[in-house]
Design a protein around this ligand. Structure first.
Ligand SMILES: C[S@@+](CC[C@H](N)C(=O)[O-])C[C@H]1O[C@@H](n2cnc3c(N)ncnc32)[C@H](O)[C@@H]1O
Length: 264
């Protein structure tokens, strides 16, 4: 899969600088847009995906659609938490202010933003994403997203984004480095309605979570390891998540392994 970076037809200097920087990070080509269409640029450079930088923002054009950073469902979820309602993920994590969270599957960043909000100013969230294009757009988006909500802004600012495979990242960190380790792998049986991931389906990493990775996560976690999956997924049993919680009518559920249960 080849990704190139370009700008709008008449780019401002900041977008040109950001485009050059993005191409360098992705180790890809930064190509002159001139008057060319994106389709023509794809053909000319034999590229499957194009990141276009315009007005300082990045948008990825893939064969399946367009993706740009947006806090999406994290906004209503944060609003609900502020109103005193419970959030299934936060409940599954037993997340308290001041906790540290390692989100091993950052994706579009919504869960990490909600976790960061709940962990508060004393807490800390690190998000790991294997796909460089996604890690870059989400990191840039979180740093530059314009919002009047100070809570959202500071929740995003506290998230550290790392582009890495969680399998490798986990092995490099000490025992009990984080309170909670979280996984939201691509579902074994994707929900058809999950449209926000649609443009990224050709580039996201799909590998199932392994028992070895769960073991490593338990070594790194101080409190618990949590995994999100389809409510009736066999993955919970296969990976040893004996407790599963979720809303009665929700298509997704959260598996929990308490560190204490494991004797590690
Ligand atoms: C379902 S999405 C996560 C969505 C995320 N929780 C959110 O709120 O937007 C799963 C993400 O994990 C990434 N991923 C899958 N396997 C990975 C691995 N081994 N290391 C790091 N990231 C991985 C995928 O590329 C994808 O972006």
């Amino acid at each position: 899969m080849q990704t190139i970076v370009t700008t709008s037809h008449k780019p401002d200097p900041r977008s040109v600088a950001i485009g050059g920087w993005a191409a360098e990070i992705l180790n890809s080509e930064f190509v002159d847009r001139s008057r060319m269409s994106l389709e023509d640029l794809k053909i000319k450079h034999n590229a499957e995906n194009i990141i276009v930088v315009a007005n300082g923002d990045m948008k990825l054009y893939s064969p399946r659609g367009e993706y740009f950073f947006h806090p999406s469902m994290s906004v209503p979820r944060i609003k609900a938490i502020k109103q005193g309602k419970s959030d299934h993920m936060i409940a599954a994590m037993d997340l308290e202010p001041g906790d540290s969270v390692l989100d091993c599957t950052l994706g579009l960043g919504s869960d990490a933003i909600v976790a960061s909000f709940a962990a508060g100013t004393e807490g800390m969230v690190t998000g790991i994403e294997a796909v460089p294009e996604i890690a870059l757009i989400v990191k840039h988006g979180m740093a530059n997203y314009i919002t009047e909500s100070q809570a959202l802004k500071s929740a995003m600012a506290r998230i550290r984004v790392e582009c890495a495979l969680y399998e490798q990242y986990l092995t490099g960190i000490p025992d009990q480095a984080f309170d909670i380790v979280y996984f939201d792998p691509m579902f074994r049986h994707p929900r058809l309605k999950s449209s926000s991931m649609e443009p990224l389906r050709g580039i996201v990493k799909y590998d199932p979570l392994s028992r070895d990775a769960v073991r490593e996560a338990l070594r790194v976690a101080q409190k618990r390891v949590v995994m999100k999956e389809n409510t009736f997924s066999q993955e919970f049993a296969r990976l040893g998540f004996s407790t599963v919680i979720g809303g009665r009518y929700s298509p997704v559920a959260f598996g929990i392994i308490e560190k204490q249960e494991t004797g590690l």
